[in-house]
Ligand binder design. Structure first.
Ligand code: NAG
Ligand code: NAG
Length: 228
C-alpha cells in the first residue's frame, strides 16, 4: 500500500470512527412503496430491521409481494436466511456494480454477519450480462453458475449511505458442503477485506517512516475538521 493510499485509509478510519451517522429507518423508507409490503413485514418479523438500521452503509435487494409470496411457505429460520442474503453490508449502486463485476469482487451480505454462513453463502457476485443488464448470484454456487437474479429497478438511493433495488427473485445459495469445496480463494478474501466496510473495522495500517509525516498531517487535519 503506498503512502497516499494508506493516509487516505487512515483518514477514512478516523472519520468513520468519529463521524456521527445520520441514521435511517428502513421500515419507514419501504412503507412508501406498497409493492414491497411483504418484504418490509418480514424484515421486521426476522428482526433484520434492527441490524439494517444500525449500519452506516447498506444495500437492500428487495423482492416484490408476488415474489415474496413464493418464499413465504418456508420456516421463519429459512426466511431469515433468504432475507439476510439479500442485504449487502456496503453501499452499492449501478456504477459500483459495474466496477465490482469487472474485478469479480465478492460482496458481503448480512447472512455473513450472522456468523452462521458456510461455503461463501455470505457473499454475492455481480456481473454485467447479455444486453448490459446487471445480475447477481451467490458466491456459494459453482464458478460457471449463471447470474440469474436480475436487477429490475432502482427503488431509492441515498448515495454512499443506503440504496434499495428491486431484483427478479431470491439469490439462491448452493447446498452446504462439509468439504468447503466452494470456498473463496485467498485473493478473493483479501479483496473482500479491502472493501470499505471491512477496512473501517480493520486496524489502521502501520505507516512506513517515509509516510509518517503525511499521516500525521492528515491526522492533524482530521482533528482540525472535527473541531468545527
Ligand atoms: C422457500 O423459498 C424458496 C425461494 O428461495 C422457494 O423456491 C420455495 O418454494 C420456498 N419453500 C416453501 C416450502 O415455500
Ligand atoms: C469431500 O471431498 C471428497 C473428495 O475431495 C469426496 O470424496 C467426498 O465425498 C466429499 N464429501 C462431502 C461430504 O462432500
Amino acid at each position: 500500500m503506498n503512502c497516499i493510499k494508506s493516509s487516505l485509509v487512515f483518514l477514512a478510519v478516523v472519520l468513520a470512527l468519529t463521524s456521527t451517522t445520520e441514521g435511517f429507518d428502513i421500515t419507514k423508507i419501504l412503507n412508501q412503496y406498497p409493492e414491497f409490503a411483504l418484504f418490509n413485514k418480514y424484515l421486521t418479523e426476522t428482526k433484520l430491521v434492527d441490524q439494517i438500521n444500525s449500519r452506516s452503509t447498506v444495500t437492500v435487494l428487495v423482492l416484490d409481494d408476488n415474489t415474496m409470496a413464493t418464499v413465504a411457505g418456508n420456516t421463519s429460520d429459512v426466511i431469515k436466511v433468504i432475507m439476510s442474503t439479500q442485504v449487502l453490508v456496503n453501499y452499492y449502486d449501478e456504477k459500483k456494480w459495474v466496477e465490482v463485476g469487472a474485478t469479480h469482487e465478492p460482496m458481503e451480505n448480512l447472512f455473513q454477519s450472522s456468523g452462521a454462513a458456510m461455503d461463501n453463502h455470505g457473499y454475492i457476485y455481480v456481473a454485467v450480462v447479455e444486453e448490459g443488464e446487471i445480475a447477481f448470484r451467490s458466491a456459494s454456487t459453482a464458478n460457471n453458475a449463471a447470474y440469474d437474479v436480475y436487477l429490475v429497478k432502482t427503488v431509492v438511493k441515498e448515495p454512499d449511505v443506503y440504496s434499495i433495488f428491486e431484483v427478479s427473485k431470491p439469490i439462491e445459495s448452493a447446498p452446504p458442503t462439509l468439504n468447503g469445496s466452494t470456498t473463496l480463494d485467498a485473493s478473493m478474501r483479501s479483496n473482500a477485506a479491502d472493501s470499505p466496510g471491512a477496512s473501517a473495522l480493520a486496524p489502521a495500517p502501520a505507516p512506513s517512516s517515509s509516510c509518517r509525516l503525511s499521516v500525521t498531517f492528515i491526522a492533524a487535519l482530521s482533528l482540525f475538521m472535527l473541531a468545527f
